[in-house]
Ligand binder design. Structure first.
Ligand code: BGP
Length: 488
């Protein structure tokens, strides 16, 4: 078993989880800059004021910690810390980081651009040259090191000023700002970047940090997403015109969903659950809403603010390839509390869980690869997969992470079986995250994914020294053998 030479092997990161330098290079504040750290017991919260007194917006929102009624959860950690401000200080270590990644033989690197580095408020007419130059440095160095850049245009994180002025993606003005942002990226990087993602985990965006909206009710959410669909479609159309041969996807947070039992009600609930979550990528990959969308709107009391031309816009901007993250599977029963929600589900008695309670299911990856290829008949790209675990480094920063190697081996083998046995067209695989960075869900450094260790704790203390874990050399062998070493 061996993959072809053109298979893209790589790693993926996101700006606000690794860059830091949140107020450098002319960058404006972003919604994630107001999000505190947390842990498994204490969820992250959005505060409306930073320690230096900068206010983060209207107090009217129930999303803001200061507005929660007395005694309401979540609680704010006493020594609150804002992880996006420092990240892993990639802003000052990016050359070293890219060299380390390329040392494994990786030939693709997925990263996201911070919108507020390019347009500090999101509303300027002209882009910020320092921001463009920062990413140009990364792109040029990737190419020099033999890594194809795969760029996420919007990985959550809306410019704060846009969230305040227009309520983020609630408003159509934000579409215009996004299109202007894309145009600036395509003009500057169009000859160097072929693979683009218009949004990250489109089915998981909800609320202030991801969408810049101050409310999370269904009507706000589904209309914000409608605006994101339109924005993506316009970017795809413009991108194709400006950069012939460019490939556009949107990242979708996948999970293999299984019926909890073979009871017909559970199987039907599981089908409906998949529609709750496929709604997003079904629309974007096909260029129109699926028929079942009307049922979702009716049940949830949603009125989409259709405007003349919206249908044509969606049709003209269908995605070229389908990209997704895969970490876990879920089971669904008719009475599951999350049966009617977009994300999540119950655990599975046949599977073991990770340190963070996520069921580990490599066969589920082969399942979703097949399901998506059957469903969309477009090339696929796994743009996130990996294992968040507690690593114990020795005094030299070395980690014996055999558990991570096991996880990656099993998932990569499942991917290879989907490609070589089931004949799924999958262009590549970018592991999350090749270098340790801040966890999105908990805001911790303790949840480590990388094959490169970063000496930093949950509060940003540490030397920032980068060291190779055991999985680094293991991954190098996998890539050098085009996956053949996995089967030895
Ligand atoms: C995805 C996000 C990433 C990332 C990853 C792992 O949802 O696209 O940004 O962080 O999940 O999740 P976490 O960091 O919460 O472990």
């Amino acid at each position: 078993m061996k993959l072809s030479e053109d298979f893209l092997w790589g790693g993926a990161t996101a700006d606000f989880q690794c860059e830091g330098g949140y107020d450098e290079g002319g960058r404006g504040l972003s919604t994630h800059d107001f999000e505190t750290d947390g842990n498994q017991e204490n969820p992250r919260v959005i505060t409306w004021k930073l320690p230096d007194g900068t206010t983060g917006g209207s107090r009217s929102s129930f999303f803001f910690y200061e507005d929660l009624p007395d005694g309401a959860v979540p609680t704010l950690l006493d020594d609150r810390y804002y992880p996006s401000h420092k990240g892993i200080d990639h802003y000052h270590h990016w050359r070293e980081d890219l060299e380390l990644l390329a040392g494994t033989g990786m030939n693709v690197y997925r990263f996201s651009i911070s919108w507020s580095r390019i347009f500090p408020t999101g509303m300027e007419e002209e882009p910020n040259e320092a921001g463009l130059a920062f990413y140009e440095g990364i792109i040029d160095f990737c190419l020099e090191l033999g890594m194809e850049p795969l760029v996420t245009i919007h990985h959550d994180n809306v410019p704060y000023a846009l969230a305040e002025k227009y309520d983020g993606w609630s408003s159509r003005e934000t579409i215009e700002c996004y299109v202007r942002y894309c145009k600036a990226l395509f003009e500057r990087f169009g000859t160097k970047v072929k693979y683009w993602l218009t949004f990250n985990e489109i089915n998981a965006v909800r609320g202030y940090a991801a969408c810049g909206t101050h409310k999370a009710d269904n009507n706000t959410h589904y209309n914000a997403v409608h605006n994101m669909f339109l924005a993506s479609a316009r970017a795809v159309k413009m991108g194709h015109e400006m950069m012939p041969g460019s490939m556009f996807g949107t990242m979708y947070a996948s999970s293999a969903f299984y019926p909890a039992t073979c009871k017909p009600e559970d199987v039907f609930a599981h089908m409906q659950k998949r529609r709750r979550t496929y709604y997003y990528i079904d629309t974007m990959a096909r260029g129109h809403y699926p028929a079942y969308a009307q049922d979702i709107w009716d049940r949830k009391g949603i009125t989409i603010d259709w405007q003349p031309g919206d249908e044509e816009t969606l049709a003209a901007g269908a995605l070229d390839y389908v990209t997704f993250s895969y970490y876990r599977s879920n089971t669904i029963a008719a009475d599951s509390p999350r049966a009617d929600e977009v994300m999540g589900g119950e655990g599975n008695p046949y599977l073991k869980n990770s340190d963070w309670g996520w069921p580990v299911d490599p066969l589920g990856l082969r399942y979703v690869l097949n399901e998506f290829y059957d469903r969309y008949e477009k090339p696929l790209f796994i743009v996130e997969n990996g294992m968040g675990a507690i690593d114990k480094a020795d005094e030299n920063g070395y980690v014996e992470d055999d558990y991570r190697i096991d996880y990656l081996r099993d998932h990569l083998k499942a991917m290879m079986e989907a490609i070589l046995v089931d004949h799924v067209d999958c262009l590549g695989y970018t592991m999350w995250a090749p270098i340790d960075l801040v966890s999105l869900s908990t805001g911790e450094m303790a949840k480590r994914y990388g094959f490169v260790y970063v000496d930093m704790d949950d509060k940003g203390n540490g030397t920032c020294r980068r060291t190779k874990k055991k999985s680094y050399d293991w991954m190098k062998d996998v890539i050098a053998s085009q996956g053949a070493s996995l089967w030895e």
